[in-house]
Design a protein around this ligand. Structure first.
Ligand code: HEM
Length: 287
């Protein structure tokens, strides 16, 4: 418990026990500043220090000749999931943290409704990704690690061959997805139990489900995951609006990306395209 003391607020329960009640709200500013610092350092690095991207091997001209001008990347279902999740995530962040920084409104109802939407959308995403998409596309593999090692060596000025082009998701995206899984599932897992603390009109209210200590720790974990998501969402939006990533961002709106962008950054062996019949704009196995 000692390590929690400086970052949590405590109170005395009706039974005289000292229990944590939630995180210290100064952590909102710590997370926002950490996110901001990351953006500034990254933007300065890219602007003044980063070298041009270099990949092993040449683009196959035969492949370039047969590919259509637009490469399908996200199915309509995957895009709808993404934007529903994004809308609920922003609603959750604003309803949770605006009241803590002085904007007073009756936030709990909006919050638990957005939380329920997020929970249902994530359950849907897990099922969709497991049975309809390429489940393994988002988990780091051996090639990612080998290429990351080459990139680190080249960054440090040591001789190393250039890395291969990327699979559908580069290692950085896979690691980010892992961090979102950890924080998102912590917020959801605790949030679902916390629904029993508020009057939803759907679930029976039962504040005696757990001891005061367990409830307190649950609110602390929910808050820690929540502030973690402030920084993670800031980083995500920053990358989405960076000029060199706009092709990827647009593919989350329109479903496909330019052939030239695909050929420049992706390895057709690692991101295998299952081209749809001509005239259609969907793929069967997408992540
Ligand atoms: C993903 C982003 C989320 C963030 C940033 C977030 C943040 C927060 C914060 C900071 C609080 C106040 C906790 C406290 O006073 O200690 C809170 C309360 C709460 N959250 Fe979330 N939350 C998120 C997701 C969820 C989800 C998915 C659910 C439901 C499934 C949920 C349901 C609740 C409930 C019921 C409360 C309790 C309100 C109360 O007891 O007054 N939250 N949330």
């Amino acid at each position: 418990m000692g390590i929690l003391k400086p970052i949590t607020e405590w109170a005395t329960s009706p039974w005289g026990q000292n229990v944590p009640i939630h995180i210290g709200w100064f952590l909102i500013w710590v997370a926002a500043l950490a996110g901001l610092l990351f953006l500034i350092v990254h933007a300065i690095y890219v602007r003044y220090f980063a070298k041009a991207e270099e990949f092993a091997g040449d683009v196959s001209l035969t492949l370039a000749a047969v590919l259509p001008p637009r490469i399908p990347r996200h199915s309509l279902t995957a895009r709808l999931f993404h934007w529903i999740m994004a809308a609920s995530m922003f609603t959750l962040l604003f309803t949770a943290f605006l009241p803590k920084v002085g904007v007073r409104f009756d936030w709990v109802t909006y919050h638990w409704i957005a939380g329920s939407v997020l929970t249902v959308s994530i359950v849907f995403h897990i099922i969709h990704a497991s049975f309809w998409l390429d489940f393994w596309a988002i988990w780091p593999d051996r090639d990612d690690v080998l290429d990351a090692w080459k990139r680190v060596q080249r960054f440090m000025g040591k001789p190393a061959p250039p890395p291969r082009r990327f699979a559908k998701y580069p290692l950085e995206n896979k690691l980010y997805h892992g961090a979102i899984i950890a924080t998102g599932l912590s917020a959801i897992g605790t949030g679902v139990f916390m629904l029993f603390r508020v009057r939803t009109g759907v679930l029976p209210r039962n504040p005696y489900l757990f001891s005061d200590m367990t409830w307190g720790l649950m609110y602390v974990l929910h808050g820690l995951a929540g502030v973690g998501l402030i920084a993670l969402v800031m980083v995500h939006v920053y990358f989405a609006v960076r000029p060199e990533k706009l092709d990827i961002t647009k593919s989350m709106i329109f479903g496909s990306m330019r052939r030239e962008f695909y050929l420049k950054h992706y390895d057709p062996q690692r991101w295998r395209l299952e081209m749809p019949p001509s005239g259609s704009n969907r793929t069967d196995r997408e992540a």
